[in-house]
Design a protein around this ligand. Structure first.
Ligand code: GYE
Length: 324
């Protein structure tokens, strides 16, 4: 559907929903909070699970959600935020695709008196106070946990030299920057570890495959470890390793991040060695934060969910269904 028509439908549906509550004489009608949320896109199982969770939690909390999908483009996110301002929503939330370039539109939201909540990823701004808080994972810690797994694995296998290739997430995004920093900082004093190359896979399965083909062409069997910033790229890379007659999980150790069901199934099959969890379930904290802001209550500057590591060091058959 044309995007403008789609937006029109969303706005009308929302107005009818609010009006509908009023007819029932529901007290909530006047106070029902309207939240505009600009989602990055649908690039991964993580993202799709995150969108679904936010929709479900908006229902649970009785919040009117205007949700727009930006198809990976910052300009679409900026346009969506401007529409939320024009609609005079009570709060705006967005998951910034990259960290830079948000100052102008956020100043407009501030001038309109609309609080802004960052979901999942962070931003870099020249001016403080343009956003109220950040609800998202501790990506630096995820990188640290991935590297700590590798160090334990190298110890247990008695490896002396380890060549690592890194397939990173979208350049200049918070998870890309921080996962890399956490991983690099943790291995930097370990003489066994060398990074052969880091390459941008944009969090996409197709790019994961392309990057892996290039890396195998260039470094061949000297690759010992793939550190991939998300499950989609990992799942794209694995068949390329097999096509090169190498065994993923054995000839090349595979470390991934997210923990979606598909990757956990591949972990169970032995082709992935470690998956660091990054939970997409941020909806509950988002709804609670939006309600607190509406009531004039203070909110935590940063909310990080608890996360764990799934790996071949544990009984993988016992991992519960992931739900995304
Ligand atoms: O790891 C990846 C997604 O920002 C945490 O974005 C998120 C990342 C996640 O597309 O799969």
């Amino acid at each position: 559907m044309d995007r403008k028509i789609l937006l029109g439908v969303i706005v009308i549906a929302l107005m009818l929903a609010v009006a509908g509550c009023g007819r029932k004489g529901d007290e909530q009608s006047d106070t029902r909070l309207v939240l505009g949320f600009s989602q990055i896109g649908s690039e991964s199982a993580w993202r799709i699970g995150n969108t679904r969770d936010i929709e479900e939690q908006a229902e649970v909390y009785g919040i009117g959600l205007m949700l727009e999908n930006a198809n990976q483009k910052q300009e679409n996110q900026i346009a969506a935020i401007r529409r939320f301002i024009a609609y005079k929503v009570d709060a705006i939330a967005f998951s910034p695709v990259v960290e830079e370039g948000w100052d102008n539109v956020l100043k407009e939201a501030k001038d309109a008196g609309i609080p802004v909540i960052l979901v999942d990823r962070d931003i870099n701004t020249e001016q403080d106070g343009l956003t109220t808080c950040l609800i998202g994972a501790d990506f630096y810690k995820e990188g640290v946990m991935a590297a700590e797994y590798l160090i334990r694995k190298a110890d247990s296998l008695g490896l002396e030299h380890i060549n690592i290739v890194e397939i990173t997430g979208t350049e200049n995004s918070t998870p890309m920057r921080q996962r890399q920093a956490g991983f690099f900082d943790t291995i930097k004093d370990d003489d066994r570890m060398s990074i052969l190359e880091s390459i941008d896979g944009d969090f996409l399965k197709s790019r994961g495959a392309e990057c892996m083909r290039y890396l195998l062409d260039r470094y061949g069997e000297s690759i010992d470890v793939v550190f991939s910033h998300n499950d989609e790229m990992t799942i794209g890379a694995i068949p390329e390793i097999e096509k090169a007659n190498l065994i993923p999980g054995k000839d090349i150790l595979i470390i991934s991040i997210d923990g979606g069901q598909e990757a956990i199934d591949v972990l169970k099959s032995g082709k992935i060695n470690c998956v660091v969890e990054c939970t997409p379930k941020l909806g509950k904290a988002l709804m609670e934060t939006a309600l607190k802001l509406k009531n004039g209550e203070s909110v935590d500057a940063v909310i990080h969910p608890e996360e764990q590591v799934f790996s071949d060091e544990m009984n993988v058959s016992a991992i519960a269904p992931r739900g995304y």
